[in-house]
Design a protein around this ligand. Structure first.
Ligand code: OKP
Ligand code: ZN
Length: 347
């Protein structure tokens, strides 16, 4: 498995996130990716490369210019508010919900943080832009490798991406790596690209980015948003809109679901991808479906991830894997590499 490793991932290291009224230590930690890298090397599962650099213009197919401008300058703006902020993560505290305007661009930094975010659980730090930006390069590099004829490639990066929308961060995500990979595959001439999101959480950002498009089919298996983050998207009746009607398919499952039902659902999601006649596949590879995950509620076992990889390979498509969630740090390396090895053995 050709892997593009984000060598800057640990520049993004949040201290705390808001949870039930308290600031608690972050779940989304650098050790997650360190574990995956160590396991890849241990099993000698192919080459590990740094990403190729891409211009910022490569991000504009997915993200808005004003969001990118905000994100690039956010840390400096935060510290400019108060030099003491340099020791504190930046978190939003106010949002433009219904009846408030999101077309304005306030000078006030807290107001801009809220305008460009969806939750208070995603700390923005000194190195967030550099880490997320290099992660985007990993996703784009993996997409170009696959467009150029590789059977598969893996973007090993954090922070994750699938909750990030065209113009907002949240759910630990800042730049939408899977969306960037799908858009790059389109721009390389592949006419129909499918995104399969198997993270425990619905990829609201990815869905929204492609919701009105017929050229990118988004399908996701995830914890029922009625009880699970991101709560406000990911329901079964979201089928796409306009030209994109019929090109979005959600598979919410109740918290507590196990591999039997999850695996049967995977076959249905893969059938949708086959019916769409996809020419390439992007997998949002979250490992937080694992039974031991501290912030999720499915019960997949470590061995199940080998089976998942084999099933994905049987779809027979050029495939870009993008690392997303998975917070059981001691297990996330083995679980992620099980998917990749299961894929390689079947491919
Ligand atoms: C990101 B990804 C736990 C609160 C959970 C957001 C979860 C984001 C998951 N204290 N907050 O999809 O794995
Ligand atoms: Zn997740």
């Amino acid at each position: 498995m050709l892997t593009y490793y984000n060598h800057l991932h640990s520049d993004h290291e949040g201290k705390v996130e808001m949870f039930r009224g308290a600031l608690v230590p972050c779940f989304e930690v650098p050790a997650r990716v360190d574990r995956v890298l160590a396991e890849l090397k241990k099993r000698k599962l192919g080459t590990v490369l740094p990403p190729n650099p891409f211009d910022d213009s490569a991000l504009l197919g997915v993200h808005s210019q004003r969001y990118l401008d905000f994100l690039r300058g956010a840390w400096d703006d935060w510290v400019a508010l108060d030099p003491a902020n340099a020791k504190r993560d930046a978190l939003p505290s106010v949002w433009p919900v219904r009846t408030l305007r999101s077309d304005v661009l306030p000078d006030n930094f807290a107001a801009r943080m809220g305008l460009f975010s969806m939750d208070a659980g995603s700390p923005l730090t000194d190195g967030t832009w550099d880490a997320a930006r290099a992660g985007a390069d990993c996703a784009l590099s993996a997409a170009l490798a696959v467009a150029g004829g590789k059977r598969a490639a893996f973007a090993l990066t954090r922070p994750p991406g699938h909750h990030a929308g065209a113009d907002f961060f949240g759910g630990y995500c800042f730049l939408n790596n899977a969306a960037l990979a799908a858009q790059a595959l389109r721009e390389q001439g592949l006419e129909r690209v499918a995104i399969l999101d198997i993270d425990y959480h619905h990829g609201n950002g990815t869905q929204a980015i492609f919701y009105e498009r017929a050229d990118v089919f988004y399908t996701s298996i995830h914890g029922d948003p009625s009880t699970e983050f991101p709560f406000y998207l990911g329901y079964a009746d979201e089928l796409g809109a306009g030209a994109g009607l019929g090109f979005n398919r959600n598979w919410p499952l109740p918290r507590g679901s196990g591999f039997e039902v999850w695996h049967a659902t995977l076959q249905q999601a893969l059938q949708g991808i086959a019916e769409f006649d996809a020419q390439a596949l992007v997998v949002s590879l979250g490992l937080d479906t694992f039974v031991g995950d501290p912030i999720a509620g499915f019960t997949l076992q470590t061995r199940d991830f080998l089976q998942v990889g084999a099933d994905l390979a049987r779809a027979g498509l050029p495939t870009v894997f993008v690392f997303e969630g998975g917070y059981a740090v001691a297990d996330v390396g083995v679980n992620a590499v099980n998917v990749l090895q299961g894929f390689d053995q079947q491919a």
